[in-house]
Design a protein around this ligand. Structure first.
Ligand SMILES: *Cc1c(COP(=O)(O)O)cnc(C)c1O
Length: 368
């Protein structure tokens, strides 16, 4: 068997004809930026997430950068202010904070949920704290009532990194991406809702924030040749918006397929050397990734590779151990480090067949 970690070719082919038609229509239409495809997708995605506004932009990192930058422009935050963020996130969440001269305060996750440990947030709050950034990592809901209460108690903004969790819900049924003050979304090709290139969006209910983000991502301009901010060119193009609008219609069905595969993994993976994260109610996990853990992770990865199964590690080096964040190198973040040492993502996606999942399970179960 050869089973790649994820075949984007197959993912695109799932809705291939409709995608081709949508792209061809934009190509023939002659309007490639800031047109009706963006307007349509933004409306549909805001409705899907459950926010008043959605603003498309170039990628997920920019979406997060624009949220913090907009809060600075609006006078809500200032360089030097602190943002609490999970230490085990993909580095983009932290880059968005430091890009704006804000200070990331790294908080440990829980080993069972893999998400920020809400019992350790309050001790990290100081009089410079302006926001808590939560990350719905692996497609798992990270929001808890306690996080909402802390934000209200201390007057903090809640920012969601929803790059990995399109379609996920929090316990009360709202979608991730709609529970905070603003959320950044990535449409990187491998994400649950992926474009055929880069793409991103900000969702929010706050009209001033939506306006500032849209302006910043368009050179800082609202009116042609008039510049309010020193922005950048960070727009979502019409071809990507058209592709995303097609794929959004199938997102729930694609996520349901991921959930069925995940249920199969949860019910059938039995090996004392391999443990799985806590199983959340189905609506709170869209299984962007399926992480398993082992103290013999590297041997397990090599063994699966020898047997034709592709896997990835999310993520092998945590942000505080990266050269670019040397100043955090001595921080003691044992849970974050344990996750980096033991995590292995096994194949999951909208095209993975049950026979393939069965082979993955039988390989993992026979690992010694
Ligand atoms: C993918 C990802 C991003 C960044 O998105 P890009 O579109 O690749 O810039 C941010 N945060 C998380 C958690 C991600 O997984």
């Amino acid at each position: 068997m050869t089973l790649p970690f994820l075949s984007l070719k197959d993912v695109t082919a799932l809705h291939g004809e409709e995608i081709q038609e949508a792209v061809a229509k934009v190509v023939a239409g002659g309007w490639y930026l800031q047109g009706e495809q963006n307007a349509l997708f933004e409306r549909h995605y805001a409705d899907f997430i459950g926010t008043r506004y959605c603003v498309g932009c170039a990628n997920g990192l920019d979406a997060l950068i624009w949220i913090f930058r907009a809060y600075i422009e609006l006078g809500v935050m200032a360089p030097g202010d602190e943002v609490i963020v999970p230490a085990n996130t993909y580095i983009a969440t932290i880059l968005a904070i430091t890009e704006n001269g804000l200070k990331p305060v790294l908080a440990e996750p829980r080993m069972d949920t893999l998400e920020i440990d809400d019992s350790r947030i309050e001790e990290a709050i100081t009089d410079r704290t302006r926001a808590i950034a939560i990350v719905h990592l692996y497609g798992r809901n990270a929001y808890t009532e306690k996080i909402g209460e802390l934000c209200r108690k201390y007057g903090l903004k809640l920012i969601e990194d929803n790059a990995q969790a399109h379609g996920c819900r929090v316990p009360d049924g709202r979608r991730t991406g709609s529970v905070g003050d603003a959320a950044g979304h990535s449409f990187y090709p491998g994400k649950n809702l992926g474009a055929l290139g880069d793409g991103g969006a900000v969702t929010t209910d706050d009209p001033a924030l939506a306006d500032a983000v849209r302006t910043l991502a368009n050179y800082g301009s609202q009116k042609k040749y008039v510049f309010k901010y020193t922005g950048r060119n960070s727009r979502l193009d019409e071809i990507q918006a058209a592709v995303l609008d097609v794929k959004l219609k199938y997102l729930e069905a694609d996520n349901a397929h991921r959930k069925a595969i995940a249920a199969y993994y949860y019910e059938n993976i039995h090996n004392p050397l391999v443990y799985l994260p806590e199983r959340l109610p189905d609506q709170q996990n869209v299984y962007h990734l399926f992480p398993v853990f082992s103290t013999k992770r590297d041997t397990l990865q090599a063994y699966l590779k020898e047997n034709g199964v592709g896997t990835l590690i999310h993520y092998p080096i945590p942000p505080h151990k990266q050269e670019c964040y040397k100043e955090y190198a001595n921080y003691s973040l044992p849970i974050t480090e344990k996750i980096a040492e033991e995590e292995l993502s096994i194949p999951i996606g909208p095209c993975l067949k049950e026979e393939e999942a069965a082979q993955v399970v039988s390989l993992i179960n026979s690992f010694r």
